[in-house]
Unconditional design. Structure first.
Length: 195
């Protein structure tokens, strides 16, 4: 079955899904057009956080834009996310349906710069908020691993290449998902993959 690559990026309030929250995620179909996207900011599932992680991921949340020059206050951000964020039990099944609608007769594959981290959170949320059904199954691709295999240099990192034309906005899950999708698309074209 042909693979349908979907670039996914998540932002979280900590390092692990069992003691922090995924506060936003973005996705993009890797098809050369990059106009099939999904983005959500979520209600927290716990009050726990790691201050530095949470501060970084909160810096680009759209729900905080109304607050202008925002000084980071974890409790205030949690309160705003509780008010304005999507309920995981509602948005994760919608994301599942979006994945399926963009991979008809294809096997959806999660693609990420750090698929261990992004995949861990996505698997946890699909398990807990989508009846234990993960549309990606066990399949994911690490952009860096494919790049290292193609370059035959284990110390290489895709971030060293200028493969993405978009303005870089670190820690905005939507922009990051699109950027890494463009990187992955360009990398696959470089190594001869046919779309």
């Amino acid at each position: 079955m042909k693979k349908r690559y979907i670039s996914v990026d998540i932002e979280s309030s900590g390092q692990y899904p069992w003691n922090s929250s995924m506060v936003s995620f973005g996705a993009c179909v890797v098809d050369g057009k990059f106009n099939k996207t999904f983005y959500a900011e979520l209600k927290p599932i716990t009050e726990e956080y790691l201050y530095e992680n949470f501060k970084i991921c909160a810096s680009q949340l759209k729900c905080l834009k109304d607050y202008g020059d925002f000084n980071f206050n974890p409790q205030k951000v949690l309160r705003i996310l509780k008010e304005k964020g999507e309920e995981p039990r509602k948005i994760i099944p919608k994301f599942h349906e979006w994945i399926l609608s963009n991979s008809i007769n294809e096997r959806p594959v999660l693609v990420s710069d750090n698929n261990q981290f992004d995949g861990m959170f996505m698997s946890y949320y699909f398990s807990n908020f989508n009846n234990n059904i993960n549309p990606f199954g066990y399949s994911s691709e690490s952009i860096n691993s494919i790049f290292r295999r193609g370059s035959r240099k284990m110390s290489e990192n895709i971030k060293n290449l200028k493969l993405s034309p978009l303005e870089f906005k670190a820690h905005n899950a939507q922009t990051d998902a699109i950027n890494q999708g463009i990187k992955f698309y360009n990398l696959l074209r470089e190594i001869g993959h046919k779309f």
